[in-house]
Design a protein around this ligand. Structure first.
Ligand code: B12
Ligand code: SF4
Length: 540
């Protein structure tokens, strides 16, 4: 076999396709603004930077273009990886590459969590690439044609590499990612981030982060940069340091970027950090709220910000110019018939527009999975999606265990939550509330060509929303309200209004799939049948 490491190896990196109906696959909205997919494949861009730099790389993202046999035929080695919803696509890439006699290396979160599913691959390079790619390369240099590479060691983020951003076409994506830290100090029972990356956040250096931003800048990128950290504020002292430096960098470069990230809710109590984020032009923050019911949060070991109501926290963050998106989960132990109503009220009262509500999924390799297994409640040992058309992510799958409430009750309540929060009237009420709370401090000014494209996108989006009878009035009412009353929040509210194109479609898909599951339960004469639940919704 050819000496892959020392030769001028041609390496094909393939980002597997995500299911079309995933919550995060807002490709309809992407198309309107001229992009093809929301997020750039940061994992593979990082992998490319960790491999020998005399190799030639080609990156095919199946979410933006089809993987052709000629791409595979070109390669000496195929490297691919991804998360749970990409499992089927990932296996398919392996089979196709093998069909053409190409060796395949896989890695990333799902192969790391459940390597047995990927036995077909030649090399399983698991965990953090910074640690295991050198092991893989050393073995290949010794002539290995198969191997599994794992390590307990955690990557030293202070010695991070700059991802090979040059391998993608920026215009294909709504945003590109950078990563400052890995790991999270909290201990939520259902979370696999702490299993994969540990509870002591590791951070890159300030100088390194400025180099990543500078690289993006030098490559001509402008616009939205997502800090993909699990919890940006996991190590406060370090994040203050880096955001102080990026604030200066942004100012010196006339704000080429604006940012988004994910953080724990205690951010809302940290006015110094909020001010730093505002000054950097952070515009979106994702909070994993999970549930407003405190007794359930306690049981699942999730700590939200003490002494701060969720509504107050969202309002505070909005007052610093950031829109809050959040995740909610149904199916925790000890929920009851009031849970759905409480979730609906929380979402409507806070005005969170992008509310990702899903059912609890016991991910492999989590404390939750281990407990459920011990209690004899886990339904599947490994997690693989059975129905690729129905299972898109945790909004459409989930409950892979025996919950404490009858499954059908949870599913029926889940449908009610989705129907309520993604009814046009309720969604646009939240857009209005978010816009009213939002103080805009936007500093990034898009280049002229982006402005022209934005106007054209606005025309396309408005005409698309105007042909839907239940939306047209709500959309234009929201638009004119902000145009005349609060023009500073106009762009943000129009963006949220546009996202309804995706959410109405995605929630309908999910509701249909969940109803099918409920019917299957009924047909199989599930132990207690569907009771329909008893949802309590307060009318505001
Ligand atoms: C940013 C992010 C997103 C973004 C962007 C995703 C994207 N398209 O890139 C968004 C918000 C869209 C998203 C959505 C989802 N995500 Co997500 N996401 C993340 C997050 C926070 C960071 C990912 C990242 O960019 N990391 C930085 C890069 C550098 O790391 P990396 O990709 O892991 O790559 C490293 C290694 O894994 C390895 N590697 C990766 N690929 C390969 C390939 C080879 C060949 C090799 C050798 C090595 C290798 O080397 C890299 C360097 O160390 C992770 C958590 C985390 N900390 O990883 C969750 C995470 C990956 N997401 C997860 C999940 C489940 C989802 C969702 C299904 C639901 C959800 N929780 O929101 C959806 C589905 C997405 C979809 N489109 O359908 C899980 C995956 C669990 C699993 N076992 O598969 C994670 C681990 C978090 C979690 N527990 O929720 N996600
Ligand atoms: S706060 Fe988020 S990242 Fe941290 S342990 Fe909990 S779920 Fe995981």
């Amino acid at each position: 076999m050819q000496d892959l490491v020392n030769s001028e190896t041609k390496c094909l990196l393939v980002q597997p396709r995500f299911p079309a109906h995933s919550f995060w696959n807002y490709t309809d909205v992407c198309r309107i603004v001229g992009a093809k997919y929301p997020a750039a494949p940061l994992g593979l861009l990082t992998v490319a930077a960790l491999l020998p730099q005399h190799w030639t790389f080609k990156l095919i993202d199946e979410n933006v273009e089809a993987l052709k046999d000629e791409h595979l035929a070109w390669a000496d080695v195929v490297m691919t990886g991804g998360m749970l919803p990409q499992q089927k696509a990932l296996q398919n890439i392996t089979t196709r590459a093998h069909g053409l006699g190409k060796p395949v290396a896989v890695g990333g979160p799902d192969p790391t969590s459940q390597p047995d599913i990927y036995k077909e691959a030649d090399y399983l390079v698991l965990g953090e690439g910074e640690v295991t790619i050198p092991l893989f390369l050393a073995d290949v240099r010794r002539g290995a044609t198969r191997g599994i590479y794992v390590s307990d060691e955690k990557a030293d983020m202070a010695r991070a590499v700059v991802p090979r951003f040059d391998l993608i076409k920026f215009s294909h994506y709504m945003h590109v990612g950078v990563q400052f830290s890995r790991g999270c100090p909290y201990n939520c029972e259902f979370c696999d981030v702490i299993e994969l990356f540990g509870r002591r956040p590791r951070t890159k250096t300030v100088r390194h982060m400025l180099t990543e931003l500078q690289t993006l800048y030098d490559l001509g990128y402008r616009g939205h940069v997502d800090f993909v950290d699990d919890n940006l504020i996991g190590k406060r002292r370090d994040v203050v340091r880096v955001l102080t430096a990026t604030r200066e960098w942004q100012e010196a470069h006339r704000y080429p970027f604006y940012f988004s990230t994910e953080a724990s809710l205690n951010l809302a109590k940290d006015e110094k950090l909020l001010a730093l984020m505002r000054d950097n032009d952070f515009r979106y923050v994702f909070f994993g709220i999970e549930t407003p019911e405190e007794h359930i949060l306690d049981k699942t070991q999730k700590q939200l910000a003490a002494n701060v109501s969720i509504a107050r926290a969202v309002q505070t963050v909005s007052s610093y110019g950031m829109i809050v998106n959040a995740g909610f989960i149904m199916g925790f132990d000890n929920e009851d018939e009031h849970t759905a109503g409480n979730i609906i009220n929380c979402i409507q009262e806070t005005g969170i527009c992008m509310a990702m509500v899903g059912t609890l999924y016991a991910l492999p390799n989590t404390q939750l999975t281990r407990r459920l297994k011990k209690e004899g409640r886990l339904l599947t040992d490994g997690v693989s999606y059975v129905d690729a058309d129905r299972d898109a992510d945790q909004t459409s799958s989930g409950l892979n265990f025996v919950p404490t409430r009858p499954c059908v009750d949870i599913l029926a309540d889940y449908v009610k939550v989705l129907e309520h929060i993604y009814a046009a009237k309720n969604y646009y009420a939240r857009v209005t509330l978010t816009g009213a709370n939002l103080r805009s401090y936007a500093k990034h000014r898009p280049p002229l060509r982006t402005k022209v494209r934005t106007v054209w996108s606005f025309v396309k989006m408005s005409s698309q929303l105007s042909v839907t009878p239940r939306v047209v009035f709500l959309y234009w009412k929201t638009f004119f309200r902000f145009l005349f009353v609060s023009p500073g929040a106009l762009v943000a509210t129009v963006n949220l209004a546009a996202m309804y194109i995706h959410f109405s479609k995605q929630s309908r898909f999910t509701i249909k799939g969940i109803r099918k599951r409920i019917a299957e339960f009924a047909n199989a004469a599930a132990p207690r049948g569907a009771t329909g639940g008893n949802v309590v919704v307060r009318n505001n």
